[in-house]
Design a binder for this molecule. Sequence first.
Ligand SMILES: *Cc1c(COP(=O)(O)O)cnc(C)c1O
Length: 468
Amino acid sequence: MNQLLNQDLQQMDNFLQEIKDYSVLFLSSIDTLPVKAGTASFGPFDLPRKGLGAMHTLQQFRKRYEEHLTGNSGPRNWGFVTGGSTIPAIAGDWLTSVFDMNASDRDIPPFKIETETIAMLRQLFGLPDAFSGSFVTGATMANFSGLAIARQWLGEQLGVDVAQEGMGALSQAKIVSCVPHSSTVKSMAMLGFGRNALVKIPALHDRESIDINALEEYLKEHKQEPLIVVASAGTVNTVDFDDLQAIASLKEQYGFWLHVDAAFGAFAACVPAYRHLLNGWEAAASITIDAHKWLNVPYDAAMIFTRHLQLQLDTFKNAGAAYLGDPEKDFKYSNYTPENSRRLRALPAWFTLVAYGAEGYTAIVNNNIELARQLGALISSNDAFRLLAPVRLCVVCFTLNVADEEKQAAINTFLQALNDSGKVMLTPTVYHGVPAVRAALVNWRTTQHDLAIAWEDMQQQVAGATVA
Ligand SMILES: *Cc1c(COP(=O)(O)O)cnc(C)c1O
């Protein structure tokens, strides 16, 4: 054995203690770190001929990168939809690497963890047992997987096995949606539908929720064609929900594949007052839910839930590889998901779900919604800002109260100053043609105190951004 490998093996205890101390140091100062990364230029770093060994590598890492680390998973990263990581979730992630298992065979004992975690998640979200679920790397891959299974179903309607024969028969296939997440459109590109296969149905007035009458019109006109409908359970701008109940009724009548993108909106199920937003989603054929957002586990984890296990197998199976066994006989997750070798991605989720249970998640979700609502109320009461949509869940979408032609520039200045201050991070968007800003609160650590810090900074920076 190489001398450094051997040395680190002997001194594992020291080194891992050091890593643990460093982790605690980082995690306990996370809310004092700038939320957004500044820019920096780094010189080249050559592969060492003789390595440094573990301990010196940590020193080298700290010297080179420590000052650039950010509070990305801290309580005031309100950009995009960015969750944090609960402490047990971090532990689960660490142990996933410690065990370093290839989580494929469902029926081998340690991998029951994934089945068990999926079952707990079904309970958390109140999803029927008829949904099976698998972990993938993120909601993009969950949407990809849902649409891949849907593609197989479309083929089946036309008497073609798409996984076997290819896309020839589906060259005209359409995917119908109102405000799909960009990852749905990206998945269409990856799956061979092409981005142009998207049919956009208009939204209701001043909403991001599909106009059900317009959808029905479209379905009537295309009765003969098998279709995929992608519904939103939580849009990123305003967390608007499609009327899933109404879409479920249309599904009964018209028989399309319904995929619901509930990446973070699914967590409405954790709070009784918001659960109704998801009414009807149990009629979906496939559902996307992210884990590294509101479940607050480390990147990279999400779940694809589906009612069509056989189609999922037809889509993702490793066919004809003798050394992998018979995909029809032994249940291997690698025959149901894009990834073949897979880390035990369920373990961080298992840890945090067991640690906090249904009540813990109700508290996290409720707290974030409550704080988002308070921020919405502060924004409404301040003339420098204008709220663009009611705060439906965890996102506040607003603009600056300046003349239309000055809006974009004022927002750019405002966001630059705000994000450079490092106290809070918000991201830009455009809502119904209006340049806007979003604040998305899905982190377990966020408190009233964070709201106060962020609001004070927002007021200060808006003054600078809107002086004539
Ligand atoms: C974040 C998000 C996605 C994509 O998720 P990743 O985890 O970044 O791959 C898809 N849909 C919605 C609604 C999202 O919010």
